[in-house]
Design a protein around this ligand. Structure first.
Ligand SMILES: [Zn+2]
Length: 305
């Protein structure tokens, strides 16, 4: 049997919010057994706490937004992906505004900070949600399928017909190690025309080449290029891990996604939790306390000409 984890010491991160452009301070704090991941709006009096659970999702258009009693916390997916990807079960995420900082657009700053803080095993048993029957949601040609599998496996494909980056596929058995080394570095991405449209709507005001990959035609506008040739599909997998964390448990299943996004990812979690006959909660037996290597990525490993 394995035990639930939290972070050992508090972590502070500051940055700019992608959509509002506001400066944001964020703190990750240790939390007790069975408390899960909870976001806390500390700029409000009284402070409002919002559990990281799919029942709190209020919006999925540009980012995953959680809300409670009219109070929201937006863009939770990269933070949740880092915590879930590294197997941190319990933590409080304090934030002094309605949107998390985008940092560099990936989960790497969270992963580096969490690995530096280290973690602590708590007393309670760690349970996994083991999928026993397939669950599928779709929207036109886009779909998300979760099938029975021992371990957490993701197969993801994206398709941009007739334009870069075209088709990309990636497949990973997700463990704290593989998450840290293969997915954490992948940055959010967008197309220049969409960025200009969002700006005209008052969104993406904090967006820059420092925190997103911007594509225009066949060009990557970021002077440093891409971190990996398939950075875009890897980022979609990172988003999926963050969104599936809203199930509230580690997952045993094979997630197969074609052209997914926050809306379909969270719809799948809703469909899954609504079907208690399609899963069971089992004590985790695989070791999770192996040391996780720090991501070694520092310089771009691939530049698109
Ligand atoms: Zn993302």
């Amino acid at each position: 049997m394995n035990y639930q984890k939290t972070i050992r010491t508090p972590i502070s991160l500051t940055g700019v919010a992608l959509h509002s452009g506001a400066a944001v301070s964020l703190r990750l704090l240790p939390a007790p057994v069975d408390s899960g991941i909870r976001f806390r709006r500390v700029d409000l009096d009284p402070v409002v706490e919002i559990p990281a659970h799919v029942s709190q999702v209020t919006e999925t258009t540009l980012a995953t937004v959680l809300g409670r009693e009219g109070v929201e916390v937006s863009t939770v997916e990269h933070c949740l992906a880092a915590l879930h990807g590294l197997g941190v079960d319990n933590a409080v995420v304090e934030v002094d505004g309605p949107e998390l900082p985008i940092l560099d657009g990936s989960a790497l700053p969270y992963v580096e900070a969490i690995l530096e803080a280290g973690w602590e095993c708590l007393g309670g048993a760690r349970r996994r949600l083991r999928v026993t029957k397939p669950i599928r949601v779709s929207d036109g040609d886009k779909y998300v399928l979760l099938r029975p599998h021992r371990g957490y496996r993701i197969s993801y494909s994206i398709e941009f017909e007739g334009r870069f980056p075209g088709d990309q596929h990636y497949y990973l058995d997700v463990t704290p190690e593989s998450f840290a080394l293969e997915l954490a570095l992948a940055r959010t991405f967008g197309f220049l025309a969409d960025v200009e449209f969002l700006r005209s709507m008052g969104k993406a005001r904090g967006g820059s080449l420092e925190n997103a990959v911007v594509l225009d035609g066949n060009a990557v506008l970021n002077p440093e290029g891409l971190r990996t040739a398939d950075e875009m599909v890897r980022h979609k997998m990172l988003d999926a891990i963050g969104d599936l964390a809203l199930a509230g448990h580690a997952i045993d299943g094979h997630l197969i996604v074609h052209k997914g996004g926050h809306a379909l990812h969270t719809e799948l979690v809703r469909a899954l939790l609504a079907r208690p006959d399609a899963w069971e909660l089992v004590d985790e037996t695989a070791p999770i306390d192996r040391p996780v290597p720090a991501p070694t990525w520092r310089e771009p490993v691939y530049a698109y000409a």
